[in-house]
Design a protein around this ligand. Structure first.
Ligand code: HEM
Length: 217
């Protein structure tokens, strides 16, 4: 018996893995599925690339007003494969938003939001907002002119919201003088949003696993 089989037997005797694993692996795929059903999966692949490249970038990025811009320059010019990893992170962010939009449109047009999948839809809408907010919060981090002015415009849009707008703007900027804005965006980008998206993805996937893919109308 090879090592993998022995390891599996060892774990199976302790945790009874065979039955649930066989159930998951032998699930039949409905005949009506087509390539458009890959949009959600591709969005998830993008998220996985984002997580991996984001962790690599965090090893070199410095989230202070004095060092953010120069640390990004260093990633681009000195760190081995730095420009490649940063490029992958930035481009996959765009592809992720694009694929999430395609996925949203697809499930909308096949009316997959109808009962019993209402909460899959609601978790999807939240996932969409979180994905866009990932992009927005990441945009400031290089601290170049584009980042600064894009954030100025973005937070002003938040500020124009009725009733809660001024609070949202103050929360995002972290105060009136903008000294804290970078720290706040970095904390949202690498701590808060990853935690929120993992919880939402777990909910999204477990509902899909439990209910299966919807039948055509
Ligand atoms: C990070 C973003 C997202 C990921 C990774 C994701 C992933 C997935 C995956 C893998 C599936 C199963 C395969 C498929 O039917 O495509 C799925 C199904 C579904 N998703 Fe998403 N999704 C995301 C965002 C959204 C958004 C924005 C919406 C809508 C607002 C949404 C609503 C749904 C619904 C209703 C289903 C069930 C489709 C059916 O049963 O036919 N998801 N999602």
């Amino acid at each position: 018996m090879d090592l993998a089989a022995r390891l599996f037997r060892y774990l199976d005797r302790r945790y009874r893995l065979r039955e649930p694993l066989e159930y998951q692996l032998n699930k039949r795929i409905p005949a009506h599925l087509n390539w458009t059903n890959c949009f959600g999966g591709i969005t998830f692949v993008c998220f996985s690339v984002q997580a991996l490249t984001g962790i690599l970038l965090a090893f070199y990025y410095k989230a202070t007003l004095a060092e953010a811009y120069t640390s990004v320059l260093r990633i681009m010019e000195e760190v081995p494969f730095g420009a490649f990893v940063r490029g992958l992170h930035a481009w996959t962010a765009n592809v992720m938003i694009f694929m999430a939009t395609l996925h949203l449109l697809k499930v909308f047009f096949i009316s997959a939001y109808r009962p019993p999948r209402e909460f899959t839809w609601v978790s999807g809408v939240l996932l969409f907002f979180v994905t866009v907010f990932f992009g927005f919060s990441g945009y400031l981090l290089p601290m170049n002119q584009l980042a600064y002015w894009a954030t100025t415009v973005g937070t002003q849009i938040a500020g124009a919201f009725p009733l809660v707008g001024s609070y949202a703007q103050l929360f995002l900027l972290g105060g009136q003088d903008r000294g804290e804005t970078l720290t706040r965006f970095y904390a949202l980008h690498v701590l808060v949003l990853p935690a929120v998206i993992i919880i939402l993805l777990a909910a999204h996937f477990s509902m899909i696993r439990r209910q299966g893919i919807s039948e055509p109308l």
